[in-house]
Design a protein around this ligand. Structure first.
Ligand code: F6P
Length: 258
């Protein structure tokens, strides 16, 4: 029955949230590995979650990039009038994604879809150490770093370690090192093993993993059966205030091993 199905889903959400020790888990029907409409529902749920969570003030929302985040951004909707004055910023500087899925693009899209504004962070991926250091001194960069520090909300995805390492153009040596260290998940440029322990970190400016602890609202959005292991790994040590937004594909796979 529909009622049985509904309560079954609620039960799975509670079970996952309890297991990971996080505030909330929301499971969308379907599997984003093979249905793009699931990604559209993620956008809707993120918009609703922001409406529920955000205090009525000018919030800074720090976002990551990736294909999930880009699809979420595309499908977000206008927020309530009293919580529209939000500033979207990329959470970390240049982490080598193509332009349409970069955090800069995601934050601009989210701002335009929800009625907020955005501020880009222009820090390229491959620059010399000196250029990098002088970019950091630029007032424009410093202002955005200041905003990131004040963020009330972070929205990010979770990826598979080796897939993300390859996509980010990491060297063969680094790939071997990640394999040897048992990396299975990646988020924020950090790599995690099966137990959710950090095994490698790409050094970048902006939000660091330890800064997440003091961010009041965190939305982690990732789905697809293929990502089940990665999500499981990252979520093991995710901050308690995290809301996990996922789909049945990933959830059912994770629940098999819980
Ligand atoms: O780099 C940003 C990020 O959101 C990571 O946190 C995550 O590993 C990755 O993107 C996921 O990418 P995709 O949504 O394309 O799988």
């Amino acid at each position: 029955s529909l009622m049985g199905k509904y309560s079954g889903m609620k039960q799975k959400e509670r079970k996952l949230a309890e297991y990971f020790g996080v505030e909330k888990c929301i499971i969308v029907a379907g599997d984003s590995d093979d249905e793009t409409k699931v990604l559209a529902s993620f956008g809707q749920i993120i918009s609703e979650s922001l409406s529920t969570l955000l205090p009525d003030k000018e919030n800074v929302i720090a976002v990551m990039g990736g294909t999930t985040m880009a699809a979420v951004a595309e499908n977000m909707t206008m927020l309530d009038h009293n919580i529209r004055n939000n500033v979207f910023v990329p959470a970390r500087g240049g982490i080598g994604e193509t332009v349409d899925i970069q955090a800069n693009s995601v934050s601009a899209m989210m701002a335009s879809k929800t009625g907020g504004t955005s501020r880009p962070l222009y820090v390229p991926e491959r620059v010399s150490h000196e250029t990098y250091q002088s970019l950091l001194q630029e007032p424009f960069v410093q202002q955005v770093l200041g905003l990131i520090e004040e963020s009330t909300c972070v929205i990010h995805s979770i990826g598979r370690a080796l897939h993300m390492a390859a996509r980010r153009g990491m060297s063969e040596q680094e790939l071997v090192m990640l394999k040897n260290n048992g990396a299975v998940a990646e988020s924020f440029g950090y790599f995690f093993d099966d137990d959710g322990k950090v095994v490698y970190k790409i050094p970048r400016i902006g939000l660091q993993l330890k800064d997440l602890e003091k961010v009041p609202y965190i939305l982690a959005v990732a789905g697809g059966k293929s990502k089940a292991k990665a999500i499981h790994s990252y979520m093991k040590h995710a901050p308690q205030q995290t809301w996990l937004i996922t789909d049945e594909g990933a959830a059912n796979e994770m629940l098999k091993s819980i």
